[in-house]
Design a protein around this ligand. Sequence first.
Ligand SMILES: Cc1cc2nc3c(=O)[nH]c(=O)nc-3n(C[C@H](O)[C@H](O)[C@H](O)COP(=O)(O)OP(=O)(O)OC[C@H]3O[C@@H](n4cnc5c(N)ncnc54)[C@H](O)[C@@H]3O)c2cc1C
Length: 429
Amino acid sequence: MAWDFQTDPQFQQKLDWVRRFVDEELIPLEPIMGDFSAEQWRDAQEPLKQQVKDQGLWACHLEKELGGQGMGQLPLALMNLITGRCPYAQEIFGNMAPDSGNAELLAEGGTEAQKEKWLWPNLRGEIRSSFAITEPWVAGTDPTQIQSTAVLDGDEWVINGRKWMITNASRSDFIIFMLVTDPDAELHRRCSMIVVEKGTPGMDIFRDIPTMHHPNSEYGEHGNHAEIILDNVRVPKENLIGERGGGFILSQVRLGPGRIHHATRWIGEAERAYDMLCERTLSRASFGKAYAKHGMVQEYIADSRIELETAKLLTLKAAWTMDQLGHLGARSEIAMAKVYNAKVLYQVIDRALQVHGSLGYSCDMPLEMMYRSARMAPLVDGANEVHKISIARAELKRYEAVEGWPSEHIPSRREAALQRFAHLLDTAS
Ligand SMILES: Cc1cc2nc3c(=O)[nH]c(=O)nc-3n(C[C@H](O)[C@H](O)[C@H](O)COP(=O)(O)OP(=O)(O)OC[C@H]3O[C@@H](n4cnc5c(N)ncnc54)[C@H](O)[C@@H]3O)c2cc1C
């Protein structure tokens, strides 16, 4: 299949606008983000969101009938490469996780009543949501081990269990839980997705877990990750999303696109660290010359640029493949971009921090926070190791085992060549 690298000139104008908007309107707010109350931040966002809407760039990940732009993955990736430069740009552009994935999930699997109750208000920004798979006692990388259960009792699901690391749960209006509803079914048909609304008796969102990224945040802050106990929580049976036992199939709808969106934004973030790296190398000198003239620093710059370009190509290819074949057809490409970009994000930030010396280590630069946050990349959205396993499996499908010597064994090939091409040697002599 041909692959076209050109960006439509009209869309390029939009991308230029996004770049100016992110650099001139959003990033300058960063140093006073901690001073905003929740209400002040909501008010401050409104005119910014309106500018995005006026440009026709609101909720670009969603189809038109869901209030999005239906632009496809490739243009969206080109945008995310830029919005990734600013940690709250996704909120301003209406494609913030976990709400973005939950909207896709409800759009795919929700009934009309569920869409009315949760999807449309969520898309209008009136209510917020979370998505809960991970549990403390079993490996999150292998969700077939999920232990939390939902048992149908008359017209209600009765839910028991424990979830943790659930992003934004302490401030969400509803949470979509992955729960075992059919323990005796085949492994990937055991779980279903069920919505529990805020304030439902028995659901105790008892703490926000301090993390490397946010070691000191207070309960209920945006971006926190909560631990939840579910103790005989009762919800109507209509809160089941999609079919009973269909949790794993539905989760693919959500997780595939989510992975590529994150992986693309990581490049934007790494580009910002790269800008800091280059600026610093030109601005400071040692041993009689600018850092930029020291060979090892030049290597930092060259390695970072090569990695960033490689990451971009991998990611745009994955986005393009999704547009051609859907996210299941692009599984390997998405996995490669996820694994590689996680590494690049970390490495580029690390080099930028190193070149800033003690200033980089200090909280006077954003690099230390970016560095702490970047550590999550190889383990969230599926651990890198697990993605590598699936890449290797897909790759090996293109090969077959051989009996005896390998196909490239030179003596065997020479023998075959002598037999096949003997006439050529005869002619030569
Ligand atoms: C910042 C953050 C936000 C999160 N938000 C959410 C959320 O909103 N909702 C939610 O449900 N979850 C969330 N999570 C949880 C996340 O999805 C899990 O941490 C992730 O799935 C890994 O599961 P685990 O932590 O149980 O690690 P484990 O499954 O115990 O894996 C730990 C490590 O073991 C190794 N490993 C495991 N399996 C293999 C294998 N097959 N081969 C080789 N090595 C392997 C890998 O090194 C892996 O990193 C979040 C996590 C973080 C850090």
